[in-house]
Structures are given as C-alpha cells and as structure tokens.
Design a protein around this ligand. Structure first.
Ligand code: TXA
Ligand code: MG
Length: 324
C-alpha cells in the first residue's frame, strides 16, 4: 500500500468514518488521525506509530462547544487561553468525561484537547461528528513531520491517504498545559511561547517537562525527536571558535546553526534562519534535521538558540535529540 496524497477533505472524511487512518496537516506538525471514539482505529494509531500504549493521544476538535462534550469542566483561566489562542498551537489537559475511550488517554482521568489552526484540518473536523485522535505522524521517538512528503516516506505504506496542507507554518508541536491540578502547569514547550501564556494568566506558569520516571507527556522523555545520525550540542558560541570547530571536523559532519552569518557559506553549515528569526527557525528545524539524516551525515552538531520565546521549545527539541 502507498498512501494517496491529495487535498480532498471529503475523501479523508469518508476514510475516517470507515475507521481508517489519515495523515492530517496542522499548523504545528502533521498528525496521524483516526476516529477518537473508535477503539479499533485508536489501537491502529498505536500500531502504525509503534507507540507505547502508556503515551496518551491528543483529541482534535473543531470548536469549544465540542470540547465541552468530552471534558468535565474548563476553568476560567483555560477559557481565557482558549479564546485567545484557539484555533492554535495550544493543547490543554482537563479532567475527562467517561465517553472518552481509555485507549486515548492511556487510562488517565484526563484528556488532552486541541483546536488546530489549519484550514484543511478545521474543514475535516467540521465535517465529522467525532473528534480525531492524532499524534504526530512519525514513528515513535523520531522527528515530527512538517510536510506531507515526510509522512509519506515514513508511514505511507501503512495508511491510505494523506491530506496535503503544505508545509506546516509553525513546525513545532503544540505547547501543552495541564489544568488537571489546582494550578496550571506546562507539560511541553511548543509552538505557543511560554511568555504569551503568562501574559494571559497574569503570572508565571509552572513548567514540568521532565517527568522521566513517570512521564505524563512522553514528549517529555529525555530522548525523543531523534534523527538517525549522532546529534551533539555545540559548546562553542562565538564565530571564531565555531570556525575552528567546523574546519577541524570531518566531511560527514554537519552543523546546524542560527543566524550563522559568514559561517553559513560553508557547505556543511545549515542555517535555521540567516536573519535570526525564531519563527523561521522553528518552521525549518525538523525539515533540516531530516534532510541531514537523509544526506547520510554521521553527526549533526547544533547550536542552542537564545532561551526565550520559541527559542525555548526549539532548544528543548535540540536537547532531547542530543540526549543519550
Ligand atoms: O502539535 C501537536 O500537538 C501535534 C499535532 C498533530 O496536533 N500532535 C502531537 O501529538 O504532538 P503527540 O502524540 O506526538 O504528542 C502528544 C503529547 C504526548 O507527549 C502525550 O504524552 C501528551 O501529549 N498527552 C496526551 N494526553 C495527555 C494527558 N491526558 N495528560 C498529559 N499529557 C498528555
Ligand atoms: Mg510526537
């Protein structure tokens, strides 16, 4: 089997109604979507991704009214975030109602929900009378897909259809905030910067993205988002020491830098954003990691970005890719 790539929302909807899985574009990354209320379809998501069953899925919905069908209560602060950022790169975790299958939540009493900001995803969700469970459409532990072709390459032999929504505009997974406890807590840094959330909350947000012993969000596992090549974070930061490092490196080493300036002229240097724009860097990150992997570099050496805004989520992915 080889997936058909197309823009036919009706075709995708028919397949999903029949319990099949479909590659779905979102503004963050491509998802592997299935009917969240059909346990056979959900089980197939885990099988296709080779994802461990302890890792719960996000339910994607078209609007706030439909979210209310699946969660017990949405606190005031969460409503404020929803009004500001949905549809958008924000996933919120709430106490769930019994109608949500255990398989979706890995048995947790909470469910993660998101309204994605992509015209094809929204059209598809509006067409359906059930939510879509959709993890990122990559084999478990690998870099998330940001193009339909990425999904085709890795999962195309296992699914019938990929809805092509073009390159993902954000390119990093959604930020996840849990409202399951007394205070909101960020479980995954993502496409919605921490600072933006805090500006709505009016106070600092607790962050716990390191639940390695009992991961609540396995995007939290220390090693994740890994390319096949060895991945190393550079300690060098100034141009001169980077220059020395690049000159001393063998031909099969690649360098992933940010605002590289003159260093970017070296053919082994891949610049996430020559103009130093974090949003551009985010949208290029996973595609460049894949390109380097496929070009058969044996080692990717990356520099961290400034630890602010989207730089936090980018650095989070870089650190996990480098973790042993
Ligand atoms: O941007 C995104 O969020 C993309 C697109 C497709 O929407 N989806 C995505 O899904 O990144 P996935 O499965 O790769 O990551 C979902 C994360 C996992 O780390 C999972 O552990 C966490 O969400 N999660 C899901 N349900 C949860 C829950 N009830 N409590 C805490 N974490 C949860
Ligand atoms: Mg994922």
């Amino acid at each position: 089997m080889h997936a058909i790539i197309g823009t036919d929302v009706q075709a995708a909807a028919s397949l999903l109604r029949a319990g099949e899985l479909v590659g779905m574009p979102t503004e963050t990354v491509y998802g592997l979507a299935g009917n969240a209320l059909n346990t056979a379809a959900v089980a197939n998501i885990f099988a296709v991704k080779e994802r461990p069953a302890f890792d719960p899925l996000i339910m994607h919905l078209p609007d706030l009214e439909s979210v209310a069908k699946y969660v017990t209560a949405v606190p005031e602060t969460a409503i404020a975030l929803a009004e500001t950022y949905w549809p958008g790169p924000l996933t919120m975790v709430f106490k769930r109602k019994d109608c949500v299958p255990d398989l979706v939540t890995s048995g947790l009493d909470t469910v993660a929900v998101r309204i994605p900001n992509h015209p094809l995803a929204l059209a598809l969700l509006k067409e359906l009378d059930f939510p879509l469970a959709a993890p990122s459409a990559n084999p478990f532990g690998y870099v998330s897909p940001t193009r339909a072709a990425h999904v085709q390459k890795q999962l195309g032999h296992k699914i019938p259809y990929i809805l092509d929504g073009g390159p993902c505009t954000i390119g990093l997974e959604s930020s996840i905030i849990s409202f399951a406890g007394p205070e909101p807590i960020m479980l995954r840094k993502g496409g919605l910067p921490l600072e933006e959330v805090e500006s709505i909350l009016g106070k600092p947000l607790a962050v716990n993205t390191h639940g390695s012993s009992n991961p609540q969000a396995p995007g939290m596992l220390a090693q994740h988002y890994s390319p096949g090549a060895a991945f190393e974070l550079l300690k060098e930061t100034d141009e001169q020491s980077l220059r020395q490092r690049i000159d001393a490196a063998p031909d099969d080493h690649a360098f992933m830098l940010f605002a590289a300036g003159a260093l970017g002229n070296d053919k082994r240097v891949f610049d996430l954003s020559p103009k130093g724009d974090m949003a551009e860097a985010a949208s290029q990150l996973f595609a460049i990691m894949r390109t380097l992997d496929e070009a058969h570099y044996t080692r990717i050496l990356a520099c961290l970005l400034p630890e602010a805004g989207l730089g936090r989520a980018i650095n989070d992915r870089l650190r996990r890719a480098a973790a042993k």
